[in-house]
Design a binder for this molecule. Structure first.
Ligand SMILES: Nc1ncnc2c1ncn2[C@@H]1O[C@H](COP(=O)(O)OP(=O)(O)O)[C@@H](O)[C@H]1O
Ligand SMILES: [Mg+2]
Length: 255
């Protein structure tokens, strides 16, 4: 891959879910263009049901677009060579409560093809990087939600991906858990990781994302550099919230 190439590229993507009789159930995505560049911490933001998770599933190659093209590292997202380069935290991730943090990460390392010895080394390395070494031998069932989420992120990182996709990484976390996850994403990003995340908490997105796209009802209604959005805002602290509401209102007015 050349430096100029986008890590993720969507062109005029549509996704219509249909029922058994092929009758349209939901127009989840209705013509989306998206570019995530190397080194971006990209926030996909929008109300519930606006098509964020559907977009992520198309990027992962789990579902196919009805129309348009999706490229991951310049390849079809179903290509093994593309998928091997990303890590993914699903919206609802379930960890086995009786496994320790170390066993959990080793389990995922095993799934990605590592031998036991290699998996053990990788787990120790990751848990140290994520400041979880002290909890390595404890079962995750007893962890705080923030710690459990970090273990799930560690699991997504086993194969040293270049791109990390996080669907609602801070949902359901208290402020401390949220801060733990935010600090982790910031650390990964400063190490050069490209990140795509979705979130409801615009405050957090403003802190950690370099660029955003605002989606509503499957369409992009705004987006750009977070630094620019903050620079143009009246209330800097709530810049992204202000921008988000303004973009959604514009969209309503246009209807
Ligand atoms: N498998 C599916 N079958 C039918 N409709 C779906 C399916 N997945 C998502 N949808 C619908 O598509 C729309 C977008 O959903 P989603 O992408 O999950 O939104 P978000 O992640 O932004 O909350 C919603 O109306 C949702 O009900
Ligand atoms: Mg979602």
């Amino acid at each position: 891959m050349t430096m100029e190439e986008n890590v993720i590229e969507l062109k005029n993507v549509e996704k219509t879910f249909r029922d058994f009789w092929l009758r349209p159930l939901a127009h989840a995505v209705r013509g989306l263009d998206l570019e995530v560049r190397r080194g971006d911490v990209f926030g996909l933001i929008g109300p519930n049901g606006s098509g964020k998770s559907t977009t992520i599933k198309m990027i992962l190659g789990l579902i196919r677009p009805t129309k348009g093209t999706v490229r991951l590292f310049g390849l079809d997202p179903r290509a093994k060579a593309a998928r091997a380069r990303l890590g993914y935290l699903p919206e609802l991730s379930h960890l086995h409560p009786f496994l320790t943090a170390e066993e959990t990460v080793m389990y995922y390392a095993g799934l990605s093809g590592m031998k036991r010895k290699e998996a053990k080394v990788r787990a120790a390395e990751l848990l140290a990087e994520l400041n979880l070494t002290h909890a390595a031998k404890r079962t995750v069932g007893g962890f705080s939600k923030g710690m459990a989420r970090r273990v799930a992120i560690a699991a997504a990182l086993v194969a040293s991906p270049e791109l990390l996709i996080l669907d609602e990484p801070t949902s359901g976390l208290d402020p401390i858990g949220t801060r733990e996850v935010k600090e982790l994403v910031e650390k990964l990003a400063s190490g050069g990781m490209t990140v795509l995340l979705t979130s409801h908490q615009l405050f957090d997105v403003q802190d950690i994302c370099s660029r955003v796209a605002v989606v509503s009802e499957g369409r992009q209604v705004g987006g750009g550099s977070v630094a620019e959005i903050v620079a143009n805002a009246k209330d800097k602290r709530h810049a992204l919230e202000e921008y988000f509401e303004e973009r959604l209102n514009i969209r309503k007015d246009a209807q």
